[in-house]
Design a binder for this molecule. Structure first.
Ligand SMILES: *Cc1c(COP(=O)(O)O)cnc(C)c1O
Length: 400
């Protein structure tokens, strides 16, 4: 018989009762070091007192009023995002897919209002991930995810990630923008080179089309800067955010330059829950932590420490690990084809470390941004044991 909870996920047989910082406990009292953060989402760790208090206080006053009225918490959160980023205006929603869905609409609307309704196409990249709605799945372009769901949404062209010639070749009169993740998260924790991001910016300027960034996974401090594109010294025209932005409370956002945002007038786009008082109280509390002086420097520092440790780990386990990749606290251990990332994920969990598998046989690490160097060291110790567990037996024998 089908489970009451629809079986759309292959779940590990673990359920957590409480968390604190980077740690989670099951009801039986087993403790885990959480280097997955619920897929890069519990950005400031579990049960952060400031976030807990902000949510509890707001819930006790008013959670939801709808966008028929002004929402001071949303006005404040938007103003703070504008102050801290390239954006002139922000739209709030509830998830990454919803943010990308709106971003795609914003790109199309901009081109249409600028006199080019035929430019509804968007260039996307192989191994991208933009979400599970029909349009964002079409932007994702993964055949496996699209199978069985009828015709995809029109207008998405996929080219190899990092290949500027392929991008230029794909630009024709139907293209109104380019959508890219600064680091492909689900696709295997593959960072775009900073030069590639700069070249995309220049290319969009040359053709008068929009540069759209999906920073759902890379944003809100995960790279060591508030937004990953800041490392490249460029600005997008429009950007999606979600995951870490609410610290575990569902919140998404579209951040846009005025030239794009000005066409999303009253009635063009909406969301009943989007940016409600409770979600924005959470968003403001997360920003309080992430924008506190020195916080992002701390992320950068602990990320570099973890990176060095992972390089060392890779050197000690050459029969299992092919390489280390990623940026900031979004890191991938690329495994050799003899071992699978699913096997590694299970072995890590058996050692007490939670990780998340990603594409291209990568084991992804996306710890809360508040981890200490000691917690990074503990994760490295557990990863060392994990790698021993999954070392293919011939290699283990040969090493003896
Ligand atoms: C997770 C993710 C999404 C989708 O977000 P949901 O909240 O699951 O809808 C979109 N883009 C990227 C880059 C993501 O990592």
């Amino acid at each position: 018989m089908i489970p009451a909870l629809m079986p759309t996920y292959n779940r590990a047989d673990l359920a957590f009762e409480r968390g604190e910082g980077a740690w989670l406990w099951t009801a039986e009292g087993r403790r885990f070091l959480d280097f997955g953060s619920g897929i890069a989402t519990a950005s400031i760790g579990h049960a952060h007192p400031h976030l807990v208090q902000a949510i509890a206080e707001q819930a006790g006053r008013v959670m939801h009023t709808s966008n028929l009225y002004r929402i001071p918490q949303a006005e404040r959160l938007a103003a703070r995002h504008v102050e801290a980023s390239f954006a002139d205006s922000v739209f709030f929603c509830n998830s990454g897919a919803e943010a990308n869905e709106g971003l795609i609409k914003a790109v199309r609307k901009y081109n249409s209002e600028e006199g080019h309704p035929e430019r509804f196409g968007i260039i996307c990249f192989e191994a991208a991930f933009h979400g599970r709605t029909l349009a964002t799945l079409s932007a994702t372009g993964n055949e496996k995810y699209l199978a069985g769901f009828g015709p995809p949404v029109e207008g998405f062209k996929h080219v190899p990630f990092g290949n500027m010639n392929a991008v230029r070749d794909a630009i024709d009169g139907s293209i109104g923008g380019i959508l890219v993740e600064p680091v492909q998260g689900e696709g295997g924790v593959r960072p775009a080179s900073l030069q590639f991001l700069r070249d995309l910016r220049a290319c969009c300027d040359e053709y008068g089309i929009l540069l759209a960034l999906d920073e759902v996974q890379t944003g809100m401090g995960r790279s060591g800067k508030l937004w990953a594109h800041q490392w490249a010294g460029i600005e997008p025209d429009v950007m999606s955010s979600a995951k870490g932005i609410g610290g575990g409370f569902p919140l998404g956002a579209i951040l846009a330059k005025e030239k794009v945002a000005k066409y999303l007038k009253a009635g063009t786009h909406g969301s009943t829950y989007g940016g409600n008082p409770l979600a924005c109280a959470a968003g403001n509390a997360v920003l309080d932590v992430v924008l506190a002086p020195g916080f992002l420097d701390g992320v950068d520092k602990v990320a570099r420490h973890l990176w060095r440790g992972l390089l060392d780990l890779a050197q000690r386990h050459p029969t299992v690990i092919e390489g280390i990749q990623g940026a900031g606290l979004l890191l991938g251990i690329k495994l050799r084809s003899e071992v699978s990332n699913g096997e590694a994920q299970n072995a890590a969990a058996a050692e007490g470390l939670l990780t998340v598998a990603a594409g291209m046989n990568v084991l992804r690490l996306a710890p809360p941004l508040i981890i200490t160097a000691a917690e990074a060291d503990e994760a490295l110790r557990l990863l060392d044991r994990t790698m021993l567990r999954i070392t293919p037996s011939q290699a283990r024998d040969a090493a003896k």
